[in-house]
Design a protein around this ligand. Sequence first.
Ligand code: GAR
Length: 221
Amino acid sequence: MSPIRKIRLVVLISGRGSNLQAILDQAASGELPADVVAVISNRPGVHGLERARRAGVPALELDHKNFADRSSFESALIELIDRYQPDLVILAGFMRVLTAGFTDHYRGRIFNIHPSLLPKFRGLHTHERVLAAGETEHGASIHFVTAELDGGPVIVQARVPILPGDDPDTLAARVLEQEHRLYPQAIRWFAAGRLRLDGERVWFDGQPLEMPLRLEEVDRQ
Ligand code: GAR
């Protein structure tokens, strides 16, 4: 087996950090060839920061409320992230809109997770909206981040059924379980050099993707 180089991850959060925890756990067990080198939250005191500290990872707060405008916050965030020289920046429940000044700086090396089958249901409250729309399936997506909110090229998705009697909480829990498998898999592919962004296209194993990969169809590889 050819050894896979470990990549450096900086993870941005705004809250609970369960996706962060899935990544930390897989990095610790060796399933993910990655080191989380810093966790940054734009909201002070959130639980995800505690998860980082417990894993021995620098847990940093950069409160957007301390900045006069979006661009000064983003400049400070770039400066902080780049101190850690990440190969990949991971948005894991990071709930700030990012402008092109930020997203262009990390183009091709920044992922987001979104709780819907993009391009459906961009934005907030996806579980409620999916139920209200009478959908029969739902899921989560990993995409390269561009300046278009939840609009960057999608890499991989996980699907879940919508079951009779579902409410936003039961549905969110079913999606979240998949999110915790989905994010590590996308990071593994990136670490192995199998994924890249070219223009608006995702390339996987040297081929442009016609549509997002489906987690349930790709065994761990
Ligand atoms: C996750 O469900 C993630 O998909 C969502 O926030 C949650 C964070 O949970 N992200 C977005 O809605 C981004 N638009 P976590 O803090 O437990 O990882």
